[in-house]
Design a binder for this molecule. Structure first.
Ligand code: Y12
Ligand code: CO
Length: 171
């Protein structure tokens, strides 16, 4: 089932998400729905709060060398914690909850992620490049943070003006 993606400035996006405790059929159906929703919107990452469910769940499906997003490369990440952040990198990020806006954001270059999979098993992942960046972007959603909050004062003001104008034009 396709879910509705919540977009800025909806206040839901500011919520801190809660720990996932039950790794049951309800959770599995929800993760399947998140995947369908992410793919149908051309996303590479999606956090549960972006579809209005404040739980610590996120999906990542990074394109391969051919630019293809394969289901076998899908990561279903529950209750993640970040470790060993190293280096710094800039990447032009986008977010399904902030449609039409892309900005260079500074992130750690590599990170280690501890998380649980859909069955509750503990997993560890060493990540760099786009995967490391996307992990940090999606984990910010779990804390109610959007990438636009990392912009400088002037870039944020410019964003608010352009975004409001785009919203008006859509109406
Ligand atoms: C780097 C890049 C991305 C992330 C986080 C995950 N972000 C996304 O998956 C963003 C997807 C996205 C898709 C859009 O739709 C199309 O391109 C057709 C889009 O465009 C519009 O909404 C107009 C914007 C974002 C972290 C790090
Ligand atoms: Co996002």
């Amino acid at each position: 089932m396709l879910l509705k993606v919540v977009t800025y400035p909806n206040k839901l996006l500011k919520m801190r998400s809660s720990v996932v405790e039950h790794f049951d059929n309800d959770l599995h159906t929800f993760l399947d729905d998140m995947f369908e929703t992410m793919m149908s919107n051309n996303g590479i990452g999606l956090a549960a709060i972006q579809v209005a469910r404040p739980i610590r769940a996120l999906l990542l499906c990074i394109p391969d060398e051919e630019g293809e997003q394969k289901k076998e490369n899908l990561l279903e990440i529950l209750n993640p914690t970040l470790h060993n952040p190293k280096g710094q990198t800039l990447y032009q990020e986008g977010c399904l909850s902030v449609p039409g806006f892309y900005e260079d954001i500074e992130r750690f270059e590599s990170v280690t992620l501890h998380y649980q999979n859909r069955h509750g098993s503990a997993c560890v992942l060493e990540a760099n490049e786009l995967l490391a960046i996307a992990i940090q972007h999606e984990m910010d959603h779990l804390e109610g943070k959007l990438f636009i909050e990392k912009l400088s004062y002037n870039r944020r003001k410019k964003f608010e003006k352009e975004y409001k104008r785009a919203l008006k034009e859509k109406r």
